[in-house]
Ligand binder design. Sequence first.
Ligand code: CP3
Length: 341
Amino acid sequence: MLQNDLLLKVLRGEQAERTPVWMMRQAGRYLPEYMVLREKYGFFERCQTPELACEITIQPVNIIGVDAAILFSDILVVPQAMGLEVQLVESKGPYLPDPIKTQKDLTRVRVPDVQETLGYVFDAIKLIKRELNNRVPLIGFAGAPWTILCYMVQGKGSKTFDEAKAFCYTQPELAHTLLQMITDTTIAYLQAQVKAGADTVQIFDSWGGLLGPADFENLSLQYIRQIVTALKDLAPTIIFAKGAWHSLASMAATGAQGLGIDWCISPQMARQFAGNQVTLQGNFDPAKLLSPIPVIQKEVKQMLDAFGSGRHIANLGHGILPNVPVDHARAFVDSVKNYKG
Ligand code: CP3
């Protein structure tokens, strides 16, 4: 039995003593303890070594006091497992030297056996569960197929992902073949994460907001829906499709238990779109953690007032920034914990 199961209770729609809180990218560069390990080991080495992934995953639980741990890994381990080379270039971000552009390129990718290619993730999850010793739940995750396609085709980060979009708009059959391959891999990957011990899983669609409503349904949501359906009897799912506020109602209709929202939509409006049968997660502007602590405290209270008594998990509206002082992150978490509605 978990000692702190606030997150799972709220995902199930049950009454909880208070609002649970965690932060996207909570295991990362704003923590000096993370930076020590970053000096010594490469990024994918940290992901692939269960002891390191475990230590990094648990750091924010011990240092910041969040109500959930999120597996330390990356969404780009999936394209790696599918056969593409993925590098993380210092101060540049992800780089895939041989991206997918043509039918011929597609022969280089496969739907892999996840135990063979991603077994290190499941080993890390088992170790993390043992080390957490039931203190808080563990969140597993994967990228949404659309966001993974963005990197597989564009080959690197982008503000517009224009080449990925051009690929989908000019070679739609190829795009759908690739999206289905990513979906099949992701389903097996997330099912195995849950079997290894993940208590819930989040699907990160960081670039969902680049698509209009019809393209979002066609290129993203129809694949996310398959993933949510495949996990339905295993664990609660949270969909975080940044910027895709227009599709909150359709996302709620997938049966996902949680929907992440960013700070560009008000909690009231998100609740109106999503309905009452789903938990909302978010939506503090990550840059506001750079404000003085009293401002953070005031803004957190405003956010919680705005979400009201409905199903809510407090979080940022996107990942924490590397330049956030540790005590500001802690002030965010403590303000949620100390909130009196
Ligand atoms: O939330 C967590 O603490 C768990 C770990 C986690 C990481 N990446 C670790 C990481 C999670 C959930 C992710 C998801 C991820 N990765 C997303 C979706 C969420 C989002 O932020 O939109 C995306 C788009 C990626 C791809 C990715 N990985 C990028 C664009 C970058 C470089 C930019 C950056 O933030 O540095 C990464 C690297 C990465 N993934 C780091 C971490 C801690 C930084 C690595 C380092 O420099 O030490």
